[in-house]
Design a protein. Structure first.
Length: 759
């Protein structure tokens, strides 16, 4: 029996330290029992060391580093340098950025690098001294207490913890001492029934309910595949909490029928000896359904009858005493190999169409002889349902009187009404002429009326329970599901629509029309941390008088939005001087350049109409503050900060008012609207020199113009008329002038005289 002595190294790290023993670790302090072989007496009083023994080699290149798995021990590396060990330490470990509450019991952890982490080894603490293993789902920590402040850190695979972040969970909106559900109050941990629709429990986070599904409702098709309706045991069982489910069920209706005292299984035919010749009956889902046994007989013999039409008759074939059919008389001699077609006499009435319209009406279309067209007469129809009465004069009759008792067309149509449902009648048509003794008639016709159809009046509203429930829920969307509708319900449903509104709203929003076969839909663009009321509506077919209606609506609460950009930008002013002010801000997660592109400081003095701006680019590890210079002394200013986020949005801080100190405003030292960190470039004033240069250029231009005018006036030009050669006349006194030598001498004299005159 051994006891590990106290080790200050173990106690220095955490209160839940572990000490290694062989291939396992024991929590400190811990008693343990180890069995040793009897033959080995040297191990009877052995003390186990915490750290493994280090064997130093003869090499001088040995380096001792801290053991990442146990901070109390060290590991000896030989024949390595510091760079090799630095590579081992350069392991990418998760770094926490923030912890944002998702609801009253869940916190979402945000890491520096956005990546999907399947499993997070997180620890939680209330005082940063005692750390416990946190329950995580993905990157979220669940199972926390509302209203508490927690500290979180993540432990990497090599046992090194990350940085610590904190989060304060919101308090419950309702009283944590009890839960209120449908007007009743329940204690924390109390379980109760919501009638027999759900089983609920009151927890610290509210009331949580699960629908009640009785085991007697499953696997019934295995117990009796032919059963159509089940009955609970005991009979007449009424669900009443806590007894919401019956003990068992038995088959109440398996679709069998009782007909004339005999039992028939579902879909079994009724023998002819019981149903008679009029109907063919069978058992269908507990009801005896009958249809006419015999087909309707055509009014004329068929073309494939092996005898002339005049020798055809209606009788019963051998072995069938129920259904009459066309057949040849006994004295008829059929023509072998030739189909004899019907040949009607021109003086007979020809029936083209005979059919039963409903259970009391028969329609007839027939033609009279063409010789009767334009004469006065009436059509007489005689009919009877007595098969043994062969005297037409004793049958019932109805008279068709055309307008003015005149037969205008050879083809006539008549509807015989007032007949009995599902009854075989014999009908004979006779034309009674007023001025003639001849009365053409038709053959005896056979027809059966249709069975009566019982029309049931449906109510305008039929209540249904669609079992609407929440399948998935987020801060901005919710997926809803409902049950699949039966065939009898689908005949009243053209489409499905979900309508929803906030619990305090008045106008419902509606989804597009959903196909009636779809059983789920996702509603998007919901507001985070809001309560909605959702109802399902059934759109009827056009001109439909009956509509299905759901009786209940559904309430859902969206969760708090997990937005890393949901932070509060707080502005603070520290040092106020006559021409400058120092400001700082806080609330932006680290690093700033991940969430913010540019900070913009906006300020205006009292009475000013324009806003003055100062900008600063967000940089990593840059101080969250700046200095605004160029202000007016003894002036009241209003200052706020705007951050242009990387997601395209803008976040505004609080507004601060301050008054600069009394001082002298110097334009040579400061300029308004500049940050201290930005170098100030003085702009050169080019207006004065430009005016001087312009004046100098104008004076030079005027001087040049004046000089050119003076020179032009001083040097004049000698002008002489020039006459064309054809216009000059040769004179004796001009002959000498034409001599070139004379002309040169004269030119020199003239120039000398001009020079003398000038002198």
């Amino acid at each position: 029996f051994y006891y590990l002595p106290e080790n200050t190294c173990c106690l220095a790290s955490t209160a839940t330290a572990w000490c290694p023993l062989s291939s396992s670790f024991l929590r400190f302090p811990h008693f343990f029992l180890r069995f040793l072989p009897r033959t080995d007496s040297s191990l009877s009083h052995q003390r186990f060391t915490r750290c493994p023994q280090q064997n130093r080699t003869s090499s001088d290149r040995c380096l001792s580093v801290a053991d990442p798995k146990d901070s109390c021990c060290s590991i000896l590396y030989c024949d390595v340098n510091g760079d090799d060990l630095a590579l081992e330490d350069d392991v990418e470990r998760p770094k926490l950025v923030s912890a944002i509450p998702a609801n009253v019991s869940t916190v979402q952890l945000n890491f520096e690098k956005i990546s999907v982490i399947d499993k997070v080894n997180a620890e939680q603490s209330l005082d940063q001294m005692t750390w416990t293993r946190a329950t995580t789902v993905g990157q979220a920590v669940v199972g926390l207490d509302p209203g508490m402040t927690y500290y979180f850190r993540v432990v990497s695979d090599d046992g090194v913890p990350s940085n610590v972040v904190s989060a304060t969970l919101p308090n419950l909106k309702n009283n944590t001492a009890f839960c209120e559900f449908k007007g009743k109050k329940y204690d924390i941990g109390e379980e109760f029934h919501d009638n027999c629709t759900a089983y609920c429990v009151c927890s610290s986070t509210g009331v949580e309910c699960a629908s009640i599904d009785c085991p007697t409702d499953f696997g019934l098709d295995v117990l009796d595949p032919t059963c159509l309706e089940w009955e609970p045991v005991p009979k007449g069982f009424t669900p009443n909490s806590p007894n919401c489910c019956p003990q068992s069920v038995i088959c109440k209706n398996n679709g069998s029928c009782i007909y004339k005292g005999l039992l028939f299984e579902n879909w079994q035919d009724i023998p002819d000896k019981l149903s008679g010749c009029e109907e063919k009956c069978y058992c269908s889902s507990g009801n005896v359904t009958c249809r006419p046994r015999c087909h309707q007989i055509s009014v004329i013999p068929p073309a494939d009858l092996p005898c002339p039409a005049k020798n055809a008759m209606i009788g019963h074939p051998l072995g069938d005493e129920c259904c009459p059919t066309w057949m040849c008389s006994e004295d008829a001699t059929p023509h072998p190999g030739i189909n004899i077609h019907q040949s009607n006499d021109l003086n007979d009435i020809v029936v083209h169409h005979l059919e039963a319209v409903d259970d009391g009406t028969v329609r007839l279309i027939f033609s009279v002889p063409p010789l009767l067209v334009g004469l006065h007469g009436r059509v007489e129809l005689r009919y009877t349902s007595d098969r043994n009465n062969n005297d037409p004069s004793t049958w019932e009759q109805q008279v068709l009187a055309p307008p003015d008792d005149m037969i205008a067309t050879p083809e006539l149509e008549f509807e015989l009404k007032g007949l009995q449902p599902l009854t075989e009648y014999k009908i004979k048509i006779t034309v009674v002429m007023r001025d003639l003794d001849n009365s053409p008639s038709s053959r005896v016709l056979f027809v059966r009326t249709l069975p009566s159809v019982q029309l049931t009046t449906l109510p305008p509203i039929i209540p249904v329970e669609p079992l609407l429930r929440i399948s998935k829920l987020n801060s901005t969307w919710a997926t809803l599901e409902w049950r699949k509708f039966t065939d009898s319900e689908l005949q009243f449903i053209d489409g499905v629509q979900l309508r929803y509104k906030e619990i305090d709203g008045k106008v419902y929003q509606a989804t597009p029309l959903i196909h009636r076969a779809v059983t789920s839909y996702t509603i998007e663009d919901l507001k985070p941390d809001s309560q909605y009321e959702i109802g399902i509506f059934f759109i009827p077919f056009p001109e439909q008088n009956t509509e299905l209606q759901a009786q209940k609506t559904l309430l859902l609460n969206t969760s708090i939005e997990n937005d890393p950009y949901k932070f509060e930008l707080m502005l603070d002013i520290h040092t106020i001087k006559s021409t400058s002010v120092e400001l700082t801000w806080s609330g932006v997660p680290y690093p700033e350049d991940k969430y913010v592109n540019i900070f913009r400081a906006i300020y205006q003095y009292e009475g000013g109409r324009e806003d003055m701006n100062s900008f600063k680019v967000a940089k990593r590890d840059s101080p969250a503050g700046t200095l605004i210079i160029g202000l007016k002394p003894d002036t009241r200013y209003r200052l706020w900060l705007e951050a242009y986020l990387t997601n395209g949005r803008t976040k505004k801080s609080n507004v601060k008012d301050f008054t600069t100190k009394i001082g002298v405003y110097s334009t040579n030292e400061v300029q308004e609207g500049k940050l201290e960190g930005t170098p100030i470039h003085k702009e050169n004033d080019y207006y004065g020199p430009l005016v001087g240069v312009s004046i100098l250029a104008a004076a030079t231009t005027l001087a040049c113009v004046a000089l050119l005018v003076i020179i032009t006036k001083k040097h004049g030009h000698n002008k002489a008329p020039i006459t064309a050669a054809v216009q000059r006349k040769t004179a004796p006194h001009t002959a000498a002038y034409d001599n070139p030598s004379y002309k040169a001498e004269m030119q020199h004299e003239t120039m000398d005289k001009a020079k003398m005159v000038k002198d």
